[in-house]
Every structure is written in structure tokens, then in C-alpha cells.
Design a protein around this ligand. Structure first.
Ligand SMILES: *Cc1c(COP(=O)(O)O)cnc(C)c1O
Ligand SMILES: [Zn+2]
Length: 407
């Protein structure tokens, strides 16, 4: 007989005012305008599940099922997401003076980015709650992921993305049968258009506007713990747009500590942004609790081109509470790190992922990181989605019966 499937889902709770909401009804933001966080009966999990049970399960994110919100396994919509590899970056790490540099490579996941984690859990839960039409604004990868999982679940999806979003993500949405609209503007403008669909009865799955995307993304934190033997590195470095991944990793830390599954020191969390759009870094440096919108946002790392994040205060507290920091890096340095990492490690990162490498080099040079520390960076997506950032594809064209110029 199959192992039981016991989600310990309890209720939803406002991240600011603490108001409780029924998790078994569709919910968006709290009445106070704040994202809702999912709460579990952690005592029950601690009594009934062990890390050995987790270890015996299949290699996808549903191995953490008690700490995920889907109550009935028949509602799980999966494309095999989760358990991405953690790889050492020995040469890059040695060059910058951080020999214990590791990357968790989310480019390996379905739809080519870590967005599949949030989509798997969010779409599964939408299906479970009887939602049949979802909509969101996206910088590309989230739309591609949610469109694919919606197709698999038999839900309709309406996606709005900026025209500058990676072109391949448009193709992914179209292939998955989503209704796709492209806006001559940024993600905030896409949000205003998607709001029209929400007013028309489409369920709002924008970043942090429904509670379950975080739950999928928190599994990055759970996997880092499990893959390192139920301990944490000194530092985790994350390319931050809407910040769901960082908020999720922080939530994973809290839950694992409460369960007693994680012992020892906890990691400092670092948010990385592009200097072309760095509202969180600015707010962190100014000691602010929330972030003012960034004017004139622009960066090659399109997934982190977010001028204003609804979860800004959650991102800032995740960084501060863990003794972390926030760093802005230049696009030129991002592309140089991307090229160096590909050429010396064989790891082709997306620009967002490469931004974390640049940040680690800077933090080491500044002395914030010491050379003995273990650092895990997140490569959030596959480089294959960003062919326009990969120069060097020029190559001599030879005649069919020609000779290789080997001298
Ligand atoms: C969405 C995205 C990000 C930012 O994710 P958040 O968790 O919302 O901050 C980073 N990298 C890539 C490739 C993305 O698609
Ligand atoms: Zn509230």
C-alpha cells in the first residue's frame, strides 16, 4: 500500500497583522493588503515523520508533503520538479577566494527555472480548491511555468508579460495553450492588465497574491538542508526580484528548526539585485522596513527586474533577522561572471544566477565573507532561455569538403 499522504496544513496567517484565514477557501491578500503565509501543525509532523522517512521517498519536492498544502495526492500536478543538484564551483570559487562555493542549479527543473516549484504547488492547490481560471503578470519564467502546469491540470491560464521578457518564455506560454498578452511596459504595467482579468473572475496568481507559490519555493531551502546532511551552509545568496524564493527559504529554515530537523548554525541570507533595479538594496542600506518603487528599472537579468515588491518587508526582515545583507551588481559584471562560470565550470547560468557569483566575489573582496565560509548560490534558471546574453557563438563556416584550419 502507498504511504499515507498527510499534509499538516492548518490555516493561513497574515504576514503583517496576523489575521487568520481558512486555508480551504481560495484566498488572495489579507484585508490589510499583505501576503498570507501558510501554517502547518508542526507538532504533528514532528511526532509522525522523521528525516529517514523523507530520505526514503522519490526525488521530487513532494517528498516534503506534510509541509506542503495539498491535502489529496490526486490533486498533485507534477512534471518531476525538485531535487536539483548542488555542485561545487571549484575554479570560480578558488579565483575569488571562496573555495567552498556551491551552486544549487535550478536550471535543471521542468520549464527551465525554479518557477516550476511555485507553479507545481500553486496549480495543484488551485485545482484542489476548484479554481478553473488563473491569471498573472510575469517577467517570463513564472508565466511559462504556470502555463505548463495549468495545461497539465486542465486549468485555463491568462498570462501578461512585458515585451522585453525573454522571447522563449512567450513561446512556452503559447505552446502550453495559455492566453498570452504582451505589454509595451514593465511588469507593473502587466499587473494592471492582469487586474482586469481578475475583475472578470480569473483567480489572481501574481507573485505573493496567492499563498501557495511560497510553499513550492521554500522547498529550495528544505533541499539545501537535506542535501547537505540536515545542516546549513554559512551563507545563501539569492537573486531577488519579487523575493518569493528568499522568503520561502527563510520560511523553510523556521519550519525545519521548529521540527528539530535542522541543528547547528543558520545561514545568513543575501539578496542580490542589479544596480539597474535595486529597491531592496536601497531600502536595506537606508535601514527602511519597506522599499520605495525604483524609477527607470532596467537590467539584462530580466527575472529580477522588479521595481516594487509586495513582499518587500518580508524580504528585508529575512535578510536582517539572519544577519545577511543586500548587494547590487552591474549588468556588465553579471555577463562577465556568466561567461567565466560557463568557461571554467561548464555551468551555464542564467544572468540572474550569475549575478549571485558577482555578488559573492564582491562580498569576499569587501571582507564581509571570509575565505573559510561555505556559500551556496542559487542559479534560478537555465542559460538556454537567454541566448541573447551568450556571445561567442560566432564560428568559422567551413565548406562541406573543406579542411579544418588546425595550424
Ligand atoms: C523570477 C525569477 C527570479 C526572482 O525570483 P523571486 O523569488 O521572485 O525573487 C530570479 N531568477 C529567475 C531566473 C527568475 O525567473
Ligand atoms: Zn493583515
Amino acid at each position: 500500500m502507498a504511504e499515507p499522504w498527510n499534509s499538516a496544513l492548518s490555516h493561513l496567517e497574515c504576514g503583517r497583522c496576523g489575521t487568520r484565514y481558512d486555508a480551504d477557501e481560495p484566498q488572495n491578500l489579507c484585508e490589510c493588503g499583505t501576503p498570507l503565509l501558510v501554517r502547518y501543525d508542526l507538532d504533528l509532523v514532528a511526532r509522525t515523520v522523521s528525516t529517514a522517512d523523507i530520505a526514503s521517498r522519490p526525488g521530487d519536492l513532494w517528498r516534503y508533503r506534510e509541509l506542503l498544502p495539498v491535502r489529496d495526492r490526486r490533486h498533485v500536478v507534477s512534471l518531476g520538479e525538485g531535487m536539483s543538484p548542488i555542485l561545487p564551483l571549484r575554479s570560480y570559487g578558488a579565483r575569488i577566494g571562496v573555495p567552498d562555493l556551491l551552486v544549487k542549479d535550478e536550471g535543471m527543473l521542468p520549464t527551465g527555472s525554479f518557477k516550476s516549484r511555485g507553479a507545481a504547488v500553486g496549480v495543484s492547490r488551485a485545482l484542489e480548491l476548484g479554481i478553473d481560471r488563473i491569471t498573472m503578470p510575469t517577467n517570463g519564467n513564472a508565466g511559462a511555468a504556470w502555463a505548463a502546469y495549468a495545461a497539465r491540470a486542465g486549468l485555463e491560464a491568462l498570462i501578461v508579460m512585458p515585451r522585453e521578457a525573454p522571447r522563449i518564455t512567450r513561446m512556452e506560454c503559447a505552446m502550453a495553450g495559455a492566453r498570452l498578452y504582451v505589454v509595451d511596459g514593465l511588469i507593473g504595467d502587466a499587473g494592471k492588465l492582469a487586474a482586469q482579468a481578475v475583475a472578470d473572475g480569473w483567480f489572481d496568481t501574481a507573485t505573493l497574491k496567492e499563498p501557495y507559490r511560497i510553499e513550492g519555493k521554500k522547498t529550495m531551502g528544505m533541499e539545501i538542508a537535506e542535501q547537505l546532511g540536515w545542516r546549513m551552509p554559512d551563507v545563501i545568496v539569492y537573486p531577488t526580484g519579487g523575493g518569493v524564493g528568499l522568503i520561502g527559504i527563510r520560511k523553510a529554515l523556521d519550519e525545519l528548526v521548529a521540527l528539530g530537523w535542522l541543528t547547528g548554525r543558520l545561514p545568513r541570507l543575501v539578496a542580490v539585485q542589479s544596480s539597474g533595479v535595486a529597491p531592496i538594496v536601497r531600502a536595506f542600506e537606508q535601514g527602511a522596513q519597506t522599499a520605495r518603487p525604483w524609477e527607470g528599472a532596467a537590467t539584462v537579468a530580466f527575472g529580477i527586474n522588479v521595481a516594487s515588491a509586495v513582499g518587500d518587508f518580508l524580504i528585508l526582515s529575512a535578510i536582517r533577522d539572519t544577519g545577511g545583507t543586500a548587494v547590487a551588481v552591474d549588468d556588465a559584471d553579471i555577463l562577465a561572471a556568466q561567461a567565466e562560470c560557463a568557461a571554467t565550470e561548464g555551468v551555464l547560468m542564467c544572468p540572474e544566477g550569475a549575478a549571485t557569483l558577482t555578488a559573492v566575489a564582491r562580498l569576499r573582496a569587501d571582507g564581509w565573507l571570509d575565505g573559510s565560509e561555505e556559500v551556496v548560490v542559487l542559479n534560478t534558471g537555465s542559460n538556454l532561455k537567454y541566448p541573447h546574453t551568450a556571445p561567442g557563438a560566432e564560428a568559422p563556416l567551413l565548406a562541406k569538403d573543406g579542411l579544418l584550419p588546425l595550424q
